[in-house]
Design a protein. Structure first.
Length: 208
């Protein structure tokens, strides 16, 4: 199995890293990066279905720029963190929005099987300040955001995370979603693209 198709040992995610997304959900922009984890068992690949869950009445897409770690990082500087990136990958941080609100923490809402579609990892490291992520549902654009619009830059996020937990090769960091999140229903096809870099497309199926 190629490295890009191996499940990450851990998936560290960043919440509310675009001001307009925080605003659309009625939240404040955090003073420090807001972190949570998704389990590796939530990963699916391009073409595999996102399976809705009966526990939730509102499952939403969240297109994100994912960063794959290439070198072990602990207490890294921003420059060291940047040098430690292996690649970039399209991520869909699928979220049961109603459960996220009712639970008060996000593990269940974001941790269901199939709730982390991943695209192919980039073969070379692009300009981290010049990335654009786009989400489309049934071919209609719903989200568009640029890495330059992030509250916390990618190198600063990695450095911050490395002061909390050691990042290992193959780990994935999902860097937050821009505004425009919205519901998915059975029969939809959702696509997240980092323009010119990586893409993941998944059909949406009825709940189990």
């Amino acid at each position: 199995m190629p490295a890009s198709r191996q499940r990450p040992g851990k998936i560290v995610c960043v919440g509310r890293n675009y001001r307009e997304h925080a605003k659309e959900l009625g939240n404040e922009v955090p003073k420090e990066p807001l972190l949570f984890l998704k389990p590796p068992s939530s990963v699916v690949w391009d073409g595999e279905p996102i399976v809705l869950r009966r526990e939730s009445l509102r499952v939403e897409h969240e297109g994100e720029i994912g960063v794959v770690i290439g070198k072990r990082m602990s207490w890294a500087s921003e420059e060291e963190a940047k040098r430690g990136i292996r690649g970039v990958v399209a991520v869909n941080d699928v979220t049961a929005r109603d459960l996220q609100k009712s639970d008060g923490q996000w593990t269940r809402a974001k941790g269901f099987d199939t709730f982390c579609p991943l695209g192919e990892e980039s073969s070379k490291l692009p300009d981290l300040d010049n990335l654009t992520v786009v989400t489309r549902v049934n071919g209609v654009e719903r989200q568009r955001g640029k890495s330059s619009e992030m509250v916390f830059s990618i190198p600063s996020l990695l450095a911050y995370i490395s002061r909390i937990m050691t990042l290992e090769p193959g780990n994935l960091v999902a860097t937050g979603t821009p505004s425009g999140v919205g519901p998915l229903v059975a029969g939809d096809v959702v696509e997240v693209e980092i323009e010119g870099i990586s893409r993941v497309t998944n059909p949406v199926q009825e709940s189990r």
